[in-house]
Ligand binder design. Structure first.
Ligand code: GCO
Ligand code: MG
Length: 403
């Protein structure tokens, strides 16, 4: 079954999504998510200019060979742009394979290893009272695990806090990223107070998570982990910039708070040391930024050998196609841990429809052949690309701080 067309659609129904549509003979369509938040057009060009022309005429059934062809065949390997592009092709080909077989993708991956996939959502607030209200609302919706972030007193703006008008917290529109201020000492004093507050108000019935967004040094992360131990966190996420993998040895020596890392990783090599030295508890690599279903399964298989569980990134910048693909993988692997789920806001629903569903804290990808997602190209044309960026961080002295 030959690929007859491969096209890239960049749309902005509220936020930017890059969608790869692969068309095989007999009109079978496969969808892949190629969204790289804030760098969308780089992946679109990589696909349009360098990958799509190579796909036409290839056998759509040969997923592994196509993956190897795009990865080994390119002199310049890895990196977020390349691996997001390969991911989109890979996921689209799994979608096609499922449709040809008449089976949901998780059946092709070995079948369901669990009945549902536990997901965590976000709760945030500009004050602790706002956070409590949001947290309560999430518990009422049935979530069993909640990531909590609160605005740090004294800082102009804290990333990850949704405005109270119900809007999302990013991305800002415009040609230049918004600038936030960061002050580690204030954060380190405040974060344990936030978790103490939530445990006091809501007890220990739901799992509590927190994202540090790569802001700390290893010894600061060790201090945070220690300070949070009484609140029995499910995890702290991205405590330090993780390209320095050996730094996690130091964090590990000081705390039993579980650690999750990996949403910005693109390949198994980025997390090899973290996994094989058991320096983390959850690996957060995602289907759309880590080379697709084919490569993500390899990462999770390595993690399984070392007792590390999956905890894939699933923020709103990953389109419903990526979300569906993640759920098929999550359902089928032995070492699933948890899946992030932020959901998608209208008008995204005018473009994407999906068969996955949430109930009582768990999600299921549905049983439609393939991924179970459809994409309306005509509707997408109504929402052209808009430049949107994540904010940047400077310290009070004006120097740039880590993301
Ligand atoms: C998360 C993430 C997001 C990212 C965003 C970047 O854990 O959900 O850290 O908040 O910042 O997905 O594109
Ligand atoms: Mg994160």
């Amino acid at each position: 079954m030959k690929i007859v067309d491969a096209r890239v659609i960049v749309s902005s129904p509220g936020r930017n999504y890059v969608t790869l549509v692969i068309e095989a003979e007999d009109g079978v369509i496969g969808l892949g998510d190629a969204t790289l938040n804030g760098r969308e057009l780089a992946v679109a060009s990589y696909l349009r200019d360098h990958v799509c022309p190579l796909l036409v005429g290839r056998d759509a059934r040969r997923i592994e060979d196509t993956w190897q062809y795009l990865y080994r065949g390119a002199y310049w390997r890895r990196g977020p742009v390349t691996m997001t592009a390969i991911a989109a092709v890979d996921v689209a080909l799994w979608d096609i394979k499922g449709k040809i077989a008449g089976l949901p993708v998780y059946e092709l991956l070995g079948g369901a290893a669990r009945d549902g996939v536990m997901v965590y959502c976000h709760a945030s607030g500009s004050t602790l009272d706002d956070l409590s209200a949001d947290f309560q609302g999430r518990m009422d919706q049935g979530y069993l695990a909640i990531r909590a972030q609160a605005a740090i007193p004294g800082l102009m703006k804290t990333y990850g806090i949704a405005p109270t008008d119900g809007q999302i917290y990013e991305p800002a529109s415009g040609n230049v990223p918004q600038q936030d201020t960061w002050e580690t000492s204030t954060y380190l004093d405040f974060a344990p107070q936030v978790m103490a507050h939530l445990r006091r108000e809501f007890g220990y019935v739901v799992h509590l998570l927190h994202d540090v967004h790569h802001r700390l040094t290893p010894i600061e992360a060790a201090r945070l982990g220690g300070a949070l131990e009484p609140y029995r966190m499910f995890w702290i996420e991205d405590p330090t910039p993780a390209e320095d993998q050996s730094a996690f040895r130091l964090i590990r020596q000081h705390t039993t708070t579980p650690i999750a890392v990996g949403e910005v990783f693109n390949s198994i090599w980025d997390c090899q040391q973290l996994i094989t030295e058991r320096l983390i508890d959850y690996i957060r690599t995602s289907v759309s930024h880590t080379g697709g279903i084919t490569h993500l399964r390899r990462v999770f298989a390595l993690a399984d050998l070392y007792g590390v569980r999956s905890g894939s990134h699933g923020a709103g910048d990953l389109s419903p196609i990526a979300m569906a693909a993640a759920l098929h993988v999550d359902l089928s692997i032995p070492n699933f841990g948890i899946q992030e789920y932020m959901g998608h806001r209208d008008p995204a629903g005018e473009l994407f429809s999906s068969s996955y569903a949430f109930r009582d804290g768990y999600m299921h990808p549905g049983n439609q052949p393939g991924l179970g997602v459809s994409f309306d190209e005509e509707a997408a044309a109504k929402f052209p690309y808009e430049p949107k960026y994540l904010p940047v961080n400077r310290r009070r002295d004006g120097s740039m701080h880590d993301w």
